[in-house]
Each structure stands twice: as structure tokens, then as C-alpha cells.
Design a binder for this molecule. Structure first.
Ligand code: SAM
Length: 245
């Protein structure tokens, strides 16, 4: 389906994404609450419950596209401040906000911030017990490469969890959701950053992202076993899970 936005060639995609998150970094957390009407909090909490992090110091998690730290903070808290989380993001501005928040929450001792690309992780094979990515993978130009990298850096027995916008499977909700995302989100974006186009791109990227079944197939293709997904809020978001066995 075409929604009248200009097509973004793959080679330019990362640059545009970086521009968006550089601009919004300082207002990102508020924007998240506004644009998801607070729902992202419940989805993130559900993701952490699904992960059920071990409450022991050796437990190591990599949170990719970790941005301002929401997922990593929740994991460290849920582990009784035992786990270590590496927050990786391609955008230094987002990580900067994350590091400040971590200081305030007194969680810095359990966290490392790394500026890098999900397509090229600067870690040895078999380094982590879990790999998480929330609302990040649809921004990565080569999703298959990111998934292969996820597989590589996980230990045997390690867990992959991907939280992402997905295909709404409720008749009325899909209409409301379309109206919300195509009109309201770019307008909020414009009101807050002065520019609607990057947000149109982000909304478009949600439409282009593979649906639940197709994304599950990509995860299997990367080598993961026992791949499953759970819909949240009628499929507005979905959590995909896989294991490196
Ligand atoms: N995970 C956080 C959350 O749920 O609040 C942040 C999600 S934010 C919508 C998407 C993040 O993906 C941004 O911080 C952006 O910089 C990051 N990102 C985009 N492309 C990336 C890439 N190729 N590698 C790593 N991070 C990337």
C-alpha cells in the first residue's frame, strides 16, 4: 500500500533514522508516553516479565537500540540489581540521555553504554545470556544481518526477545490506530521538533515491517529455535521470542 510518503532508499535509511533520534533524544521519553498514550510502559514491563532475568551477578544482557535505557533499567531492577546490562545504540545523543537517567536512578554500576551498529556488534561470539531489542529492529536497514549478529553474540541457551510494532488484528482498533498514527504522530512530531517528515517516515516504517508470522520466520532463518510471539493490545505491538540452542 502506498500512503503517499516518499520512498526512502535503503542506503539513506540509517541516516534519516539517526537524524530523527538525534533531534528527539532529549524529548524522547515524553514523546513515547504521548504517542503510545502510555502503553509502551505496560508492553516493556510485559517484555521483562517474559525474560524473567536471573537474580545473579553473572547474568549478562545486551539491549540493542537501547536508546535512553528503558529496557536495560527494567532488567537490572527485575534482577534485584544483580544483572549487568549493556545498552547499545547507534546514536550518541540517545545514549547520553540514557547515561544521565542511569546516574539519577543509581544504576550506573550495572550498566555499560556502547555506541555501535546492530548490524555489526563489537562483541565476541557467545558473550550474552539474553539479547533484547525494543522498538529498534524496524529502524535497522538490514534486519537479517542484525538477527544473525544477535545469534552470534548469544551464549548457547541464550534468549532473544524482540518487542516491535506489529500488525493490528482487531477490526475496529486497526482503523483507530491508522488514524492515530498517520495524522496524530507526524503532527506531534512537528509540534515538538518542528518537522513532520521524519515522523511520517517512522510511521511508514511500521507499515513496512513484516507481520508477526513473517518476522517469526526471519528469526527462525537466523538460526533461532522455539520461536514464538505474543500480541499486545490487539497486535499494535508484539513480543517475539527465540532461543539459541
Ligand atoms: N529501546 C528504546 C525504547 O524502547 O524506548 C529505544 C527505541 S527508539 C524507538 C529506537 C532506537 O534505535 C533509537 O535510539 C535509534 O538510535 C536506534 N537505532 C536505529 N538504528 C540502529 C542501528 N542500526 N543500530 C543500533 N541502534 C539503532
Amino acid at each position: 500500500t502506498s500512503y503517499g510518503f516518499r520512498e526512502v532508499p535503503d542506503g539513506q535509511k540509517q541516516g534519516l533514522v539517526n537524524q530523527v533520534f538525534h533531534k528527539v533524544a532529549k524529548r524522547y521519553d515524553i514523546m513515547n508516553d504521548v504517542m503510545s498514550m502510555g502503553m509502551h510502559r505496560a508492553w516493556k514491563d510485559a517484555m521483562i516479565s517474559a525474560l524473567n532475568p536471573r537474580k545473579e551477578p553473572g547474568y549478562k544482557v545486551l539491549d540493542v537500540a537501547g536508546g535512553t535505557g528503558d529496557i536495560a533499567f527494567r532488567i537490572v531492577e527485575a534482577s534485584g540489581r544483580q544483572a549487568h546490562a549493556t545498552v547499545l545504540d547507534i546514536n550518541g545523543s540517545m545514549l547520553g540521555v540514557g547515561a544521565e537517567r542511569a546516574e539519577k536512578k543509581k544504576l550506573s554500576g550495572n550498566l555499560t553504554f556502547v555506541e555501535a551498529n546492530a548490524e555489526e556488534l563489537p562483541f565476541e561470539a557467545g558473550s550474552f545470556d539474553a539479547y533484547t531489542i525494543a522498538f529498534g529492529i524496524r529502524n535497522v536497514p538490514r534486519i537479517d544481518v542484525a538477527l544473525s549478529e544477535a545469534y552470534r553474540v548469544l551464549k548457547r541457551g541464550g534468549r532473544l526477545l524482540v518487542l516491535e510494532f506489529s500488525e493490528v488484528d482487531m477490526p475496529l482498533l486497526d482503523k483507530i490506530y491508522d488514524a492515530w498514527s498517520f495524522n496524530a504522530i507526524p503532527q506531534f512530531g512537528k509540534a515538538i521538533t518542528g518537522d513532520a517528515e521524519p515522523y511520517q517516515y517512522l510511521v511508514e516504517s511500521i507499515r513496512k515491517f513484516p507481520n508477526q508470522e513473517n518476522f517469526a520466520a526471519m528469526i527462525r532463518q537466523a538460526g533461532f529455535s522455539r520461536v514464538t510471539f505474543t500480541n499486545y493490545t490487539g497486535g499494535i505491538a508484539a513480543l517475539h521470542s527465540g532461543w539459541k540452542l
